[in-house]
Design a protein around this ligand. Structure first.
Ligand code: HH2
Length: 261
């Protein structure tokens, strides 16, 4: 899954793709590089980020989705917590909703996903991007995240979303300290055993910066290390900013995993 942030303030690519034509070009480039899904977002969810009104989110993402819908031969995912944004994105051509609040931020979200027969990513976090880092306290982070996501998946099915369209995500970096991120990645196979496809977003995140260093090539290689271990543990989708190098790493990791099965 290639990341396309149409925002002024995302932590990695903020401000680069605010022009819809540049955003479209980047999406097409990521598809050529090997991204199987393009995830488009109009609101940064980095730690400390403030909420963006739904109207502004729509103004950012809809022109890009509309232009891409006829040209991109890959599924488009909309990264939003807001039902109104999700609905308009699905109308415009998206087929997947990536909700970092696991459909808890907006009560109308589950109904929209069910009605449009979309796929949905349910991600674990606590609080909001503005408050979440104060809530990074766990006794057993892997168990707590697994139990939370299993409950959110049950709620999604009760709202009419079939199991086959639900993807779970441990929410690396969302209300987590470095030690929590590492434990979740080390214990990822437990989440995979719940029986849903698992998505992991580690790309260029702070814990990689802390462990690997601050040079851009260290972020790429540090990300690749985490991506490969996530694939080996059973992740189905990895969300990354640079699908070119990551697609190569994923193909090798997936081939080794398949040979061991
Ligand atoms: N991480 C980010 C945003 N959305 N969605 C899922 N499902 N999983 C993630 O780990 C995830 C996500 C944060 O990264 P990015 O989009 O690059 O930054 P920002 O939130 O600042 O736009």
């Amino acid at each position: 899954m290639g990341v396309l942030n149409v925002t002024p303030d995302s932590f990695s690519d903020g401000g680069r793709y605010l022009d819809p034509d540049r955003a479209v070009e980047r999406a097409l480039e990521m598809a050529r590089e090997g991204a199987a899904i393009i995830d488009i977002g109009g609101e940064s969810t980095r730690p400390g980020a403030q909420e963006v009104p739904a109207g502004i989110e729509c103004e950012r993402v809809l022109p890009v989705i509309r232009k891409l819908a006829g040209r991109l031969d890959r599924p488009i995912s909309i990264d939003t917590r807001k039902a109104m944004v999700a609905q308009q994105a699905l109308e415009a051509g998206a087929v997947m909703v990536n909700d970092v609040s696991a459909m808890t931020f907006d009560r109308a979200m589950a109904g929209v996903v069910a009605r449009y027969r979309a796929a949905v990513v349910l991600m674990h976090m606590r609080g909001t991007p503005a408050t979440m880092q104060r809530m990074a306290r766990y006794h057993d982070v892997v168990g707590e995240v697994c139990r939370y996501l299993a409950a959110r998946a049950r709620a999604a099915q009760a709202a009419g979303i079939p199991k086959s369209r639900i993807i779970l995500d441990p929410g690396i970096g969302f209300a987590k300290q470095t030690s929590h991120n590492l434990k979740l990645l080390a214990g990822l196979s437990r989440l995979c055993r719940l029986g849903y496809p698992v998505l992991v977003g580690v790309s260029r995140k702070n814990f990689i910066r802390r462990i690997a260093g601050v040079e851009p090539d260290q972020l790429t290689l540090g990300t690749a290390a985490a991506v490969c271990l996530a694939i080996a543990a059973g992740a189905s989708i990895v969300r990354v900013h640079d699908p070119g190098p990551m697609a190569a790493a994923v193909r090798v990791a997936a081939a080794i995993s398949a040979a061991g099965r």
